[in-house]
Each structure stands twice: as structure tokens, then as C-alpha cells.
Design a protein around this ligand. Structure first.
Ligand code: FUC
Length: 944
């Protein structure tokens, strides 16, 4: 088979005559790449194409996917109307964001022949057309891609739903001839050798079944299809928008009035005023974008035997293996950090059997493909006028056979094996500068990567990944469930014990952090770095009233401190833009961040005043800098990076807090308890966050020997901040007033921040508050979104209740986990993955209360097990083994000399080998001087 023409956008733009059909790229917006007459066009236009439907599809109903159409459409197949979305004038309603999927009944389909698709489009203004993919005609047994040139005609005439004979030759020249026929899958592949793998016996049919790889900057989703592989890829700086200041001039003038209205209980008026005068301009922030697809099309086969698709977490390689026509095929895909490329290797166990066509497509209408050299193609475009520019390049190197490149794609015939190297870059340099040259960046990356053989690329990638990944191992036991494919295990996890799935899920969280957050990249956003949609849920931004922070909870505790760094960079950027927001919106010094930020580091309140005005984003993020110091005891980091940002975050609140007239306490107003109850004065969470920041800043100033006066001021203020209060239902109050509703099951549980990730509430240190927190948690219930359940694992672990923590973990796995183990809110949101990983670590080891607690919340479901490499505050690393629910032995590795205090719950005494003098202040607790570089072995004496 000589398949080579994956249809690509970026064809030459003819001039549209006033009358007549002209080819235009689909998907693509009229304003982006359309011919001149279309560029400024608003109103009606028609699209048509011919598609060959294979004879085998006869008798089957089909689905026509047209992606997103700007603004409304009416669609015909063989002159039969199959659907409409939106409404045409005069009752005009545009529905541009909604993907079109129309049922095409078999009765109107001509199997084994060409079929006419005609789409009547109306655009009310701005960019019109069939703007975003995927565009395909689907059958249960295959599909035809319809991405490429369609014929388009400006104007409106009902006759254009039909085919006039004189138009036929032009349409036939552009017809979509080659449908993909999905083979029959036979045989039952065996499981992979390693338990540290996600694996499946079918290709992914949906995006949330595909397997993610990433190098922190580039991400890819591997579908593993036969006969067509789709690698959907992302680059973490491809966003809509451009450098922008979001502040609302004059906002601060209205602050006293908003506060006054809230103090008088006039919430609706306060929100209304704030909505008018206090919100970000514009009201929303920008969106993270998909980059494109690498599509690889192989010759059709009738049968595929023993198909297996897997993602090995230990090597970070996704592999597809199967047999077809007597040949064993292997495909490997990884995203290399050292070589800044996505690499794919295709091999067969017989010479000359690797044949395929490969092309690059993009949902961005502006993207155009071109040939770079005889083995390399490129795809380049711009997200929007004045916005981020992007380019990707794809290089094929074959052993044996031939490689040919055209602007349409690469064609490889009869090779023994082939390596594809994909590089991608944008023009983004910083939130203030998007003037970099993506072509140059691609060229640099490719000229470095192509120096290496496949074996060397693979070896360099695996070594780099393992340096991080192998720092921690976890064994929670194994049941026969562990032998089954991952998607099947998810279906039974609620009923059949599967502790190894918990361990796999834990390691998957670590894998995802390594893959989405490396020094120098953007931090993991709501979807990490994986996104296929032009309008992703919540724009796939950084939401900082829980989600972004949750992404980084496992960074320190699971020994991936380097992966925390992109968050520190974002915090630093926001401390710059947030200084302006502090000044313009509050007339305060320091910096502030509300509940979201984007690539342009917006810090002003967005969306709506009933939840967007929440001032604790900066305080919560500053907590991450302090935590990094607590774990690493890196004084240089504290002095040069953390402290200046913490101090300025604290300075904002020092200026911002006001005295509550009723109680005399200092309170945070206006603000919100995320995202419940609207705009209020004095939500509990703010006070916990601010108090914790003040305490940390005071402590940091003491360690660094600076700013004594400022620290003293913070200490005075800290004592006056509204305290945690226990309400009439025995709950921890979410508000200043005792008005919690015990039946409220809202997903956010923000007033428990002081329990986790904060540390001011602990069962031993503040038993009454811990009991109240527990009561609040019971009222909120065990439901919630993916991240909400993940947070609850952490809460219950901090309450030392291993059974309830485990219940939440199982519920998250059973109810909020997709086939590829991505967490689902729903929809997919990655925070729950990271939150669960953190929660499992909290069940096994805690160190927030001035001591290391071993196995603080071990559930009965994990009677025996072991881990190595978990981190504890104070620069300690712990290895541990337990059996029958009790500690067998632990080793504490000390990185920085200091006092080590260890608690072994339930133990009568603890023996420490290697320490000089060991104190035992209470049963089961030991304290000793630990020296940098030394290891201490601990054993527990069981209760008498
Ligand atoms: C917050 C949450 C939502 C969602 C969104 C991204 O607004 O309340 O549940 O996670 O962020």
C-alpha cells in the first residue's frame, strides 16, 4: 500500500470568486487561513466534500463528526438533512463551542461508493467556518478522516445540498478516498512482566483511554491504534492570549464600600458592586491549547493477534505489541527530557516489514505544514492574531527501506525499523515576552536529538527518568487482581481487594509529576500538560483555591523536590503581577493572587465576585516555598528565593486585615470560603492560611537573622487574627458566625485547611479542634469530585484514621478514575491523581507536627508491606517495613544534622541503632541527635 496523504491543512489559498466553489482547509477558520474573500466574511457559506464509504460498512449506521463550527450549521449527507446546531437568522443562535456529532442512518449511505456531505454554515461575526477538529465519518468498524481541503462557496442556496454534475470533477479530485477499516482483534495477550505498568488488550478509542507520556514541557497521549496510531501532543506554553495586565483601574476606591456592605449583611449589594468595579479586565483568563497530532497510518490488516498496549512507569515508555500477517510488531513511545523530544520507534521481527505514512495535523486553523528536507516535515502556525506562534518538526530515520517527505507527510516503505523524532516549540519566553522563534528552537532541538541512535535516545531517557522515579518504591501486597488489565481492575476495585492497584496509583501520581513538571517548564495545570481541546474545562489553567496546590502535595513527601520548582517560578511571576493587583485593587503593599492564574500570570479576581474575590491564593502558594525549606533545610533557598516572596505575601495581609467591629479580631474581608457561600467577611480558611504564613515568615526571619521589626509586627497581628471556632453542632466553623449547615456536602472543605495541608490542627496538639474538624468532615460526607475525595484521603490520614482514608482512596479509584488512571472531576482533572499520591504517603509517614510518625494511618487492607525513599521534614528520608499491621524495622537517613524525633504508634519502646544518646519522652517516641550522612535503624518493641 502506498498510503502517504494524511490530509493536512495549510494548502494554498486561492482567491474566492464571487461565485463558485474553492478549496479551503478543514478544520480552519475563515479568518485564519481562508481565501481572501472568506477572511472578512460574516454570513452564510456552504461546504461540500465527497467521501468514499467502504463496502464493508454497508448496513451500518454512521456518525459524522464535524468538530466545532462557528457559529451554526445545518448538515446534509446525500441530500438528506442529518442535523443542525444553533439557529440561523432571524432567530439567530450561535453555538460555536459545541462539537457536532450527527447520526447518519445506513439507509442514506452509499456503501462502496462516494457520498456527498454538505454543510450550510452561518457566522454572526468574527472567525467563521468548520474551525476545529476532529472531522471524521465514523463507523463501529472504522472511520474516514475528513481533515483536508473541502470545497466552500460564499452565499446561501438550498440547491447546494445537492451535487450538480459540473461540480463533480472538482469534488472528486479532493475526495476522501481512504477510510480506516479497524481489524478484528483476536488472541489474549499476557500481562507485562512488571507490576509497575498500566496495560490493556485494546487500543484507546477515546482520549481518556490513551496513555500519557511527558518530559515536563512536551506531553503526548498515545492511542496505540491499528491501522492508525494517533499521538496527540502538547507543549506547555501554547495558550490563547498574549502579555496582559488584568487589573481593574480604580478598584481600590470601592473597597471600603464593599467592606461596609458586607459588615451590614448586604451580601447581594456587595457582590453587585464588586462585579461592576472590582473584577479582572477581562473577566476571564486565557486557555491552555492543544498543539497537534502525529498520525501514523499503516497498511490495513484483517486480523491483529495478541495485541497489548502498556505504559511502564519505571521506564516511562509506552509500548504497543501485536502480530499481524505472521509478523510481530513493536512500537515504543517516550518523551525525553534530556533530548527534548517525543520519540517513537517502530519495529518488526522480519526485515522490510515497516511501512507507514506519517503526518502532522493541528486543530488550529492557522497551522500549515511544509517540507523541511527529504526526511523532515514541519507544521507551523499562530494561536491567534498577535498571540503565541508555534512550530513542530518530525524527522524519520529508517533502517533499510526508503523515506520520502512532501509537505503532506512522510512516507516510509519496507524498512526494518524506523525512529520518528518529534520536536515542538512556541514563541513564549516569559509572561511579558512572546518574541522567541519557534522554528529556531525546533531546529536546535532536532539537530541535537538526531545525533543519537535510537538506543542512545532511549537509554538517556530511561536513565534520566529513573533518577527521579526510583527514589521511592512501595509495596502494599499483591492479590490475583494484579494480573488483570488495568481497566478491568478499576471495575472491581470496590469489591475485590487490590492493594497493588493502590501502589500503582501512588506511583502513577509520581510518574505524572515527573512527566508534567520539570525545572524550567510551566507547572502542572488542571490537566498536567495533556489537553486535546481548544476550549478545555476551566481553560486548563492554574486554579489555586485547591487544584494547583494539590498537584504539588506529593512533590516533597514522595521525593520529587526538583519537580516542585516550576511552581516556584510561577509563584515568583505572580509576586510581580500580584504586586500591581495588591496596589490597584486594595491599595496595599506586597502581592496578592486570587483563585486563578494563567500563562500571563493574571492575579486579579476573575469569573464572578461570589467566588473570584478570595485573597488567599498568594498565602497558600507561599506555603509551598516554606514547605520546600522544611523538607530540604536549604537555607540558601530560604534566603534567596522563598523568604522575599513569603515576606511580601505577608506584607499584603498585614496591610489588608481589618478589625471586626463585633469581635475585635482581625479578619479577611472581602473574601470567600472557596467556592461556597458567596462574598463574605472573615472565612475561616483565610485566617488559617494567613496565620500560617505569618508564623512561617516570623520563623524564617529568625533563621535568616533579618527583619526583626517586621517579624515582631507579624507576631502581634497573628495573635489578633480570628481563631478557629467550634460551633453549635460540634463542627469547626467555616465562617466567622456559627452558621454551618450540617447537611451541606459541598466538594470544597476549605475550613479544614489548618488540618491539611496546614498543620495548626493535630489530634495530639489540639484534640478539641481535631475533633471538630472530624465532625465537619463527617457532615460533608464521603462524596465529592475527584479532587475532593483525594483531599479527604489526606484529611483522614491526618486524623490518624487509616480505615476512613482507605475508604476514600477506594472510592476515588472506583468512582473518579478513568481507564488510563487519570482522575476525573468529572471531567478529567489531574489534581486528584496527585492528591491521592499525597494521601497514600500521609497514611504511611507524617512529619508536620514536629516529629516523624511512622505508619500513622495504616489500614487493615495493607497488613504487610514496605517502602523506601519517602521524605520527612527536617531533611530525612525513610525506608520501612511492616508486617501484621506493625512496624518491623525502619531506617532513617539524615541529610542535615539536627534533632530527630520519631513516633511509632502503638509501640511500647523503640530501639535506635547508630545514635549516641536516645531519649524516650513518651512510650513509642524517641529523640536523638541525627548527623548528616548517617543512617539510623529503628525497631519497635511491641506493646506488652
Ligand atoms: C474549582 C473547583 C471546581 C474545579 C475547578 C477547576 O473551581 O471548585 O470543582 O475543580 O476549580
Amino acid at each position: 500500500m502506498a498510503w502517504s496523504a494524511i490530509a493536512l491543512s495549510g494548502m494554498c489559498c486561492a482567491r474566492v470568486a464571487a461565485q463558485g466553489w474553492v478549496p479551503v482547509p478543514v478544520p480552519g477558520a475563515w479568518e485564519g487561513v481562508g481565501p481572501d474573500a472568506l477572511r472578512a466574511h460574516d454570513g452564510y457559506a456552504w461546504y461540500r466534500c465527497l467521501v468514499h464509504v467502504p463496502a464493508q460498512w454497508g448496513g451500518s449506521d454512521l456518525t459524522l463528526q464535524l468538530g466545532c463550527i462557528d457559529d451554526c450549521d445545518e448538515t446534509f449527507v446525500n441530500e438528506h438533512r442529518v442535523g443542525q446546531t444553533g439557529a440561523f437568522p432571524p432567530t439567530y443562535e450561535g453555538l460555536s463551542g459545541i462539537p457536532r456529532a450527527y447520526a447518519v442512518p445506513s439507509a442514506i449511505v452509499h456503501a462502496g461508493a462516494l457520498n456527498l456531505i454538505a454543510v450550510r454554515v452561518y457566522d454572526g461575526g468574527g472567525a467563521g467556518g468548520l474551525v476545529a477538529g476532529p472531522v471524521r465519518l465514523e463507523c463501529g468498524r472504522g472511520y474516514a478522516r475528513l481533515e483536508g481541503p473541502w470545497l466552500c462557496r460564499v452565499g446561501d442556496d438550498a440547491a447546494w445540498a445537492a451535487l450538480e454534475p459540473r461540480d463533480r470533477p472538482l469534488l472528486e479530485r479532493n475526495a476522501f478516498e481512504e477510510a480506516i477499516v479497524i481489524p478484528r482483534f483476536v488472541g489474549v495477550a499476557t500481562r507485562p512482566a512488571s507490576d509497575l505498568a498500566l496495560w490493556y488488550r485494546r487500543p484507546a478509542s477515546k482520549w481518556v483511554e490513551a496513555l500519557p507520556v511527558g518530559n515536563g514541557r512536551l506531553g503526548a497521549m498515545v492511542f496505540g491504534g491499528v491501522p492508525e496510531e494517533r499521538i496527540q501532543f502538547n507543549e506547555d506554553t501554547l495558550w490563547t492570549g498574549q502579555p496582559h495586565d488584568y487589573t481593574h483601574p480604580g478598584a481600590a476606591q470601592h473597597l471600603p464600600e464593599i467592606r461596609r456592605l458586607l459588615a451590614e449583611g448586604k451580601q447581594a449589594e456587595a457582590q453587585e458592586l464588586a462585579m461592576r468595579e472590582f473584577m479582572s479586565i477581562p473577566l476571564g483568563q486565557k486557555a491552555y491549547q492543544p498543539f497537534g497530532d502525529l498520525v501514523v497510518r499503516f497498511p490495513s490488516v484483517a486480523h491483529v493477534t495478541d495485541y497489548r498496549r502498556e505504559l511502564d512507569l519505571d521506564s516511562a515508555v509506552a509500548t504497543v505489541t501485536y502480530r499481524a500477517e505472521g509478523v510481530n510488531y513493536t512500537r515504543e513511545v517516550f518523551a525525553s527530557h534530556p533530548d527534548q523530544a517525543i520519540v517513537m520507534h517502530l519495529a518488526a521481527d522480519q526485515p522490510g516489514r515497516v511501512t507507514f505514512g506519517a503526518g502532522l495535523t493541528s486543530p488550529h486553523g492557522s497551522a500549515a505544514a511544509h517540507m523541511v528536507d527529504e526526511r523532515t516535515i514541519a507544521l507551523a502556525g499562530r494561536v491567534e492574531e498577535g498571540g503565541v506562534r508555534f512550530e513542530a518538526r518530525l524527522l524519520a530515520s529508517a533502517d533499510g527501506g526508503s523515506v520520502a517527505a512532501t509537505a503532506k507527510g512522510l512516507q516510509v516503505d519496507g524498512a526494518d525499523s524506523v525512529t520518528l523524532i518529534l520536536v515542538a516549540a512556541t514563541s513564549y519566553s516569559s509572561f511579558r515576552d512572546i518574541s522567541a522563534d519557534p522554528a529556531e528552537r525546533c531546529e536546535d532541538a532536532l539537530s541535537d536529538a538526531r545525533q543519537h541512535s535510537y538506543a542512545s535516545l532511549r537509554q538517556r531517557h530511561i536513565a534520566d527518568h529513573r533518577e527521579l522515579f526510583r527514589r521511592v518504591s512501595l509495596n502494599l501486597g499483591r492479590t490475583p487482581s494484579a494480573d488483570r488489565p488495568t481497566d478491568e481492575r478499576l471495575q472491581t476495585v470496590a469489591d475485590a481487594p487490590d492493594p497493588q492497584l493502590a501502589a500503582l496509583f501512588f506511583q502513577y501520581g509520581r510518574y505524572l509529576l515527573i512527566a508534567s513538571s520539570r525545572p524550567g517548564t510551566q507547572p502542572a495545570n488542571l490537566q498536567g500538560i495533556w489537553n486535546e481541546e481548544l476550549t478545555p474545562p476551566w481553560d486548563s489553567k492554574w486554579t489555586v483555591n485547591i487544584n494547583t496546590e494539590m498537584n504539588y502535595w506529593p512533590a516533597e513527601s514522595t521525593n520529587l523536590a526538583e519537580c516542585h520548582e516550576p511552581l516556584f517560578d510561577l509563584i515568583e511571576d505572580c509576586s510581580v503581577t500580584g504586586q500591581r493587583t495588591a496596589e490597584v485593587h486594595y491599595g496595599c503593599r506586597g502581592w496578592v493572587l486570587h483563585h486563578n492564574t494563567d500563562l500571563w500570570r493574571g492575579t486579579a479576581p476573575i469569573n464572578h465576585s461570589d467566588h473570584g474575590i478570595w485573597v488567599s491564593g498568594s498565602g497558600w502558594l507561599a506555603h509551598h516555598l516554606w514547605e520546600h525549606y522544611l523538607y530540604t533545610v536549604d537555607e540558601g533557598f530560604l534566603r534567596h528565593r522563598a523568604y522575599p516572596i513569603m515576606r511580601e505575601a505577608a506584607r499584603f495581609y498585614a496591610d489588608f486585615l481589618v478589625e471586626d467591629r463585633k469581635t475585635g479580631w482581625l479578619i479577611s474581608t472581602p473574601s470567600n470560603s472557596p467556592e461556597i457561600g458567596g462574598l463574605v467577611a472573615g472565612p475561616t480558611m483565610d485566617h488559617q492560611v494567613i496565620r500560617s504564613l505569618f508564623q512561617a515568615t516570623i520563623r524564617a526571619a529568625e533563621i535568616l537573622g533579618c527583619d526583626a521589626e517586621f517579624a515582631a509586627r507579624l507576631a502581634r497581628l497573628s495573635d489578633r487574627i480570628a481563631p478557629n471556632q467550634i460551633g453549635r453542632h460540634g463542627q469547626l466553623q467555616e465562617w466567622l458566625e456559627d452558621r454551618d449547615d450540617p447537611n451541606e456536602q459541598h466538594r470544597h472543605v476549605s475550613h479544614l485547611w489548618g488540618l491539611h495541608p496546614g498543620a495548626e490542627i493535630t489530634p495530639r496538639g489540639t484534640p478539641e479542634l481535631a475533633a471538630a474538624a472530624r465532625q465537619s468532615l463527617l457532615f460533608r460526607g464521603d462524596g465529592g469530585t475527584g479532587w475532593s475525595k483525594a483531599w479527604k484521603i489526606n484529611f483522614w490520614a491526618r486524623l490518624l484514621d487509616g480505615e476512613h482514608a482507605h475508604k476514600m482512596l477506594v472510592e476515588a479509584l472506583a468512582g473518579n478514575t478513568l481507564p488510563n488512571l487519570f482522575d476525573t472531576h468529572p471531567p478529567f482533572q489531574i489534581d486528584g491523581n496527585f492528591g491521592a499520591t499525597s494521601g497514600i504517603a500521609e497514611m504511611l509517614l507524617q512529619s508536620h507536627a514536629g516529629e516523624i510518625e511512622l505508619l500513622p494511618a495504616l489500614p487493615a487492607a495493607w497488613p504487610s508491606g514496605s517502602f523506601h525513599g519517602l521524605r520527612a521534614r527536617g531533611d530525612f528520608t525513610v525506608d520501612l517495613e511492616w508486617a501484621d499491621g506493625a512496624l518491623v524495622r525502619a531506617t532513617v537517613h539524615c541529610g542535615t544534622t539536627g534533632v530527630c524525633r520519631v513516633r511509632v504508634p502503638g509501640a511500647r519502646g523503640v530501639r535506635v541503632d547508630g545514635a549516641g544518646s536516645v531519649r524516650a519522652p513518651e512510650p513509642g517516641v524517641v529523640e536523638f541527635e541525627a548527623r548528616a550522612g548517617e543512617h539510623y535503624r529503628l525497631q519497635a518493641e511491641p506493646p506488652a
